[in-house]
Design a binder for this molecule. Structure first.
Ligand code: NAD
Ligand code: MG
Length: 395
């Protein structure tokens, strides 16, 4: 007897993770079908994806894009229903017609649909780390209360997940784990003289040495805010305290992270730096399937290097640790300030070193330790932080 195909919604299908997800799905058409695809602006790309994957629904950002897509789909004889806006994103994430959701929208915009998927008890494959950084315990509660399955797509967290004992994916420090070691490539400016960092251009910042990714996460990798967000993400995913999450710079990006046990064992997950590995892992979990990734040849790589991160070069990493330590809405504020600052840098409105300046100043002005008990309060802090960040940038 053949099993029923798993039905997938891909949120952010035109992005780097979205495209990799569709690549993996296309290798296993007998096991997966697509219920919905979503994109913000790239209508032409979404149209091509709809032609190939024939989803029931496609969601875009605006009514104008929806009209455009609908016309093109009909002219090709495709029946895909076209919707737009946040409500529609939540609808396709929570629909009873899908089993699993790839949450691959970038930034805070992905929170509501990822949460909707969790509340609907889906298998949630979470790439959108910002959603978890913002909402923390609220997101985890939604997963637990609605019997959803949360699988990390971020390569480091997926690696840690793979290195943890099967029965102790949460609170592993209570079961013999002494530390999780998050590896970081160090980005394109690992060895550039610190006093020249302020003059780097967006093109230089997004030219990541090892990973091809979206623009925002590439800048986050250059500031190491990405690793900071990942420390917070690891804390919430695994329920492990910040003091037991260590960042190790590993420029080759072959070890995707490690778990250190109290008996002295360290377990690592290795692979070529290609997001199709964690995507295939999460899609097939607990089974395995091919991903299209070239097998790792360690003899060709030869050397693996490690070093400690420098907080003077990477102040964003320190700010993220501090935000996690402070707790409450602080990680959401850090994330919002960073999103605004990174966009301003990409638009060439501020220089590279203004990113950490803006984030640090927003944290000084908006910091709150009060626990966040509702998503509305998270979003209120997010908005407040964006306003202060925008004002700082205009000054
Ligand atoms: P990307 O910029 O390439 O793609 C983002 C996707 O989100 C696009 O499909 C875009 O249309 C959609 N989108 C953007 N703004 C939106 C909005 N306001 N409303 C609805 N949709 C919107 O980004 P990416 O690199 O694929 O990253 C996606 C997420 O995955 C991020 O949270 C990132 O941190 C995380 N992630 C990415 C990688 C990677 O290798 N790219 C690795 C780990 C984690
Ligand atoms: Mg990562």
């Amino acid at each position: 007897m053949t099993a029923r195909r798993q039905v997938i919604t891909v949120l952010g299908s035109t992005g780097s993770i979205g495209v990799s997800t569709l690549d993996v799905l296309s290798r296993h058409p007998d096991q997966y079908s697509v219920y919905a695809l979503t994109a913000n602006r790239h209508v032409d790309q979404l149209l091509e994806q709809c032609e190939k994957f024939q989803p029931e629904v496609a969601v875009v950002g605006t009514p104008e894009s929806a009209l455009l897509l609908q016309k093109s789909l009909r002219s090709k004889g495709l029946k895909t229903e076209v919707l737009y806006g946040e409500k529609a994103l939540c609808q396709v994430a929570a629909s009873e017609k899908c089993d699993a959701v790839m949450a691959a929208i970038v930034g805070a915009a992905g929170l509501a649909p990822a949460l909707a998927a969790a509340r609907a008890g889906k298998k949630v494959m979470l790439a959108n780390k910002e959603a978890l950084v913002m909402s923390g315990q609220l997101f985890i509660d939604a997963v637990i209360n609605h019997d959803a399955t949360l699988l990390p797509i971020d390569s480091e967290h997926n690696a840690i997940f793979q290195c943890l004992p099967f029965s102790h994916k949460r609170f592993p420090h209570q079961h013999g784990v002494s530390k999780v070691l998050l590896t970081a490539s160090g980005g394109p400016f690992l060895h550039r003289p610190v006093d020249t960092l302020d003059s780097v251009t967006p093109e230089q910042a997004i030219a990541h040495p090892k990973w091809v990714m979206g623009r925002k996460i590439s800048v986050d990798s250059a500031t190491m805010m990405n690793k900071g967000l990942e420390v917070i993400e690891a804390h919430w995913l695994f329920g492990i305290p910040a003091s037991q999450i260590e960042v190790v710079i590993h420029p080759q990006s072959v070890i995707h992270s490690m778990v250190s046990y109290i008996d002295g064992s360290v377990i690592a997950q290795l692979g070529n730096p290609d997001m199709r590995i964690p995507i295939a892992h999460a899609l097939a979990y607990p089974d395995r399937m091919t991903s299209g990734v070239t097998p790792l040849d360690l003899t060709r790589i030869g050397t693996l290097q490690f070093e400690s991160p420098d907080f003077v070069r990477f102040p964003c990493l320190k700010l993220a640790y501090e935000a996690l330590e402070t707790g409450g809405a602080t990680p959401a504020i850090l994330n919002a300030a960073n999103e605004v600052a990174v966009q301003a840098f990409l638009d060439e409105r501020i220089s590279f070193r203004r990113i950490d300046y803006v984030v640090a100043n927003v944290l000084d002005k908006v910091m709150t330790e009060s626990a966040v008990t509702t998503i509305d309060s998270v979003l209120m802090h997010d908005r407040a932080a964006r306003t202060v960040a925008t004002d700082l940038i205009l000054q």
